[in-house]
Design a protein around this ligand. Sequence first.
Ligand code: PDD
Length: 309
Amino acid sequence: MSQNTSGIPRNIAMTSIPSLAFLNGQFLPMAEARISVLDRGFLFADGIYEVVAVVRGVLVDCPGHLARLQRSLREIRITPPISLDELPTLMRELIAREQLDEGLVYLQCTRGAHPQRAFHFPDPAQTTPTFVMFAQRGQLLHNPLAETGVKVITLPDIRWRRRDIKSTALLASVLGKQAATEAGAFEAWMVEDGYVTEGTSSTACIITADDVLITRPLSQDVLDSITRRAVFRLAREAGLPVSQRAFTPQEAYAAREAFTASATALIMPIVDIDGHRIGDGTPGPRTRWLRQRYLQLACSENPEIAEPS
Ligand code: PDD
């Protein structure tokens, strides 16, 4: 896996740190953006988030990500302190202020800070949810990892049971990604009851020897990935049949091709799973095509690639 100068492994090649945060209605220098120690996002991970890719200064599949943000908020009963309709304009302002050409916009909303630490919801009259956004530069179009392909390991899925909510409670994913990093891998695919659920921060896809794209169906077991929905559109265009079903690590080892799908790595070819070489050990032609086509559409004026849910 590629490393930056500080030795920190990177999934998305960072070229600078964000200089601005949009916090509770204001654009602030990052160093001046402060959140209370009592914020429930900090104390309980009582919040949700979104990540939207930016290519050539344009947000990719923004409506899908914002619809999922709204759903996550509804599921955990947070009323955002900002109208979600305003978000695309604010996100574009953030991109412009940061002069961001390629990278991502991160959004997070927590239940806010209450003077007393207590598990149950605080009185909404006394607590304003916290909403924060920042932008992060990164190489999406020319990610060198996409040229070589990446390694994946499998691990038990130890997460909670509402993975359809994009919760900031990500400790299991943090530990999984760290285990992958220590194993020289890019991602960990998590396994439950003998079947792959998803990656720590991506959707897991394989293409079988008889050319069927397989990925797990949606349920509370996995996130409704926006990139996954884009993959469906691209597969249809390519005439590649899709089967939404769970698959085992053994099926993945025998796959012709495999890839992860996410806003941060887009469509990332996998060449090794748990030490099993996938295909001939280089990114496969179907995955290459899917990535190229995705990037082509992402560079269009209005990159709405995902199929509606
Ligand atoms: N993660 N599954 C999980 C568990 C994820 O965290 C993600 C995204 C995905 C892919 O979703 P999408 O295609 O909408 O990005 C699947 C983001 C990128 C993150 O946490 O940084």
